[in-house]
Design a protein around this ligand. Structure first.
Ligand SMILES: NC(=O)c1ccc[n+]([C@@H]2O[C@H](COP(=O)([O-])OP(=O)(O)OC[C@H]3O[C@@H](n4cnc5c(N)ncnc54)[C@H](O)[C@@H]3O)[C@@H](O)[C@H]2O)c1
Ligand SMILES: O=C(O)C(=O)C[C@@H](O)[C@H](O)[C@H](O)COP(=O)(O)O
Ligand SMILES: [Zn+2]
Length: 383
């Protein structure tokens, strides 16, 4: 018999965590950092300094769980005596009451107390639902956003809008509830399918027209690098998007005015999502097309030129997003108008749109139905 030393297989070591930027969202006692970097998920140091608790619960879905759940769990274990896992069905069609209830069922069944910290591991659907669950569970527990889609890193994880959908309208049931921290690990974006990645670019593109014309120029000049997921370009796009969103939300947390500019393209976009059925077009696809429609509306009101609309349309198309509006049924225009009348910006039955000018400024105005109808008819024809 030969004796030989048992050589343990070397653990697959995660790349060293690198923090590239920290953007602070300034909301007084509800302020928090948005940490942007690579390899952050696996590093226990990333999760230090959060509210003290004996229990953490990671909320994720069936697509993200096999990719990142075990890694986050391992990094959280030094900080929490218990780490629960709640794995939900995937997709926009499950951003609803029954799925939200599954979070409460799991927390209650496990005896999670009112200090339990929820971790939203996934895209905007998981982030919006986990945030809403955190706002409600035992009247409020802390939560952390761990966005793993481009869209969630540049937009949905920041600012505290949490919600589920209703068959009659997007995000109709929800709460403003801020996370304790946002951790954007850019390394997670490598596994994102191309269609989902393109959807995230829609919200990146949004920030130029509403707030920063120089950023719009930069996105145009770098759209090929972004589509190719060039690491430096992505890091800058995530950082600048978070900076712009943090500045807007810092001035108007609950959307009494300014914050509505973040809804550019969303009045048309939400109608497309609800009208086709949630998940048929992705949120970012609907917003991409909706921005072109809102730009066309701005043109008809004399705010931008036809050349500017064409420029935005080219950018949206270069990102891999649709630019022609889908048909929502036999009475198409009436259906759009009906769906848009329930938009949260509407007042007294009057639909209000985010309009833009060429200087990178946005404004929110009511627009006559007849003009909106012209845009729906002019921009239609996607199947
Ligand atoms: N709260 C806000 O301010 C805000 C802002 C923008 C959008 N939203 C909401 O966000 C939602 C859209 O978010 P989304 O685009 O992230 O969609 P999503 O959450 O459905 O994620 C997209 C898809 O990618 C998968 N996925 C996630 N991370 C992955 C990864 N790293 N690798 C592989 N697959 C991965 C998901 O499981 C899903 O199938 C919509 O419900 C929208 O209303 C909210
Ligand atoms: O944070 C905001 O404010 C936004 O409007 C960001 C949007 O990209 C996002 O889709 C948001 O969920 C839309 O909000 P809603 O109030 O129109 O439901
Ligand atoms: Zn959006």
């Amino acid at each position: 018999m030969t004796t030989s030393a048992v050589v343990a297989e070397a653990p697959v070591s995660a790349p060293a965590a690198t923090v590239l930027h920290t953007v602070t969202i300034d909301l007084g006692e509800r302020s928090y950092p948005i940490v942007i970097g690579a390899g952050l998920l696996d590093d226990p140091a990333t999760w230090a300094g959060l509210p003290r608790a004996s229990c953490a619960a990671i909320v994720t879905n069936t697509v993200v769980a096999p990719l990142y759940l075990a890694r986050l769990r391992a990094a959280l274990q030094p900080h929490y005596a218990r780490v629960l896992e709640v794995v939900l069905p995937d997709g926009e069609a499950h951003k609803d009451w029954p799925t939200l209830n599954r979070i409460f069922d799991a927390l209650l069944a496990a005896g999670a107390d009112r200090k339990t910290v929820l971790f939203a591991l996934g895209g905007g659907v998981i982030g919006d639902m986990t945030g809403f669950a955190a706002a409600c569970y035992m009247r409020g527990v802390p939560f952390v956003q761990v966005p793993t889609t481009l869209l969630a890193q540049v937009d949905s994880s920041v600012g505290g809008k949490t919600a589920i959908n209703h068959p009659l309208g997007k995000n109709m049931i929800g709460a403003f509830y801020q996370p304790a921290r946002v951790v954007c690990d850019l390394a997670t974006l490598v596994t994102l399918p191309p269609r989902e990645f393109a959807a995230g670019l829609a919200e990146v593109i949004k920030y130029g027209p509403i707030a920063d014309a120089a950023f719009q120029d930069w996105v145009e000049a770098n759209i090929e690098r972004l589509v190719a997921r060039d690491a430096a370009a992505l890091a800058y796009a995530v950082r600048r998007s978070c900076e712009i969103k943090a500045a807007v939300v810092g001035q108007d947390e609950r959307e009494s005015g300014l914050r509505a500019i973040l809804n550019f393209g969303h009045t048309f976009g939400h109608a497309i999502e609800a009208g086709l059925g949630y998940g048929v077009w992705l949120h970012g696809e609907a917003v991409g097309c909706g921005m072109v429609m809102a730009a066309e509306l701005s043109r008809r009101l004399g705010l931008v030129s036809a050349a500017w609309v064409a420029r935005l349309e080219r950018l949206v198309a270069a990102a891999g997003l649709p630019v022609r509006a889908p048909t929502l049924g036999a009475d198409n225009t009436a259906r759009y108008l009906e769906l848009m009348r329930i938009d949260k910006k509407a007042e007294g039955g009057e639909i209000r749109f985010v309009l833009v000018n060429e200087a990178g400024q946005a404004m929110v105005r009511p627009v006559p139905d007849a003009l909106v109808a012209e845009v729906i008819e002019a921009r239609g024809s996607a199947t």
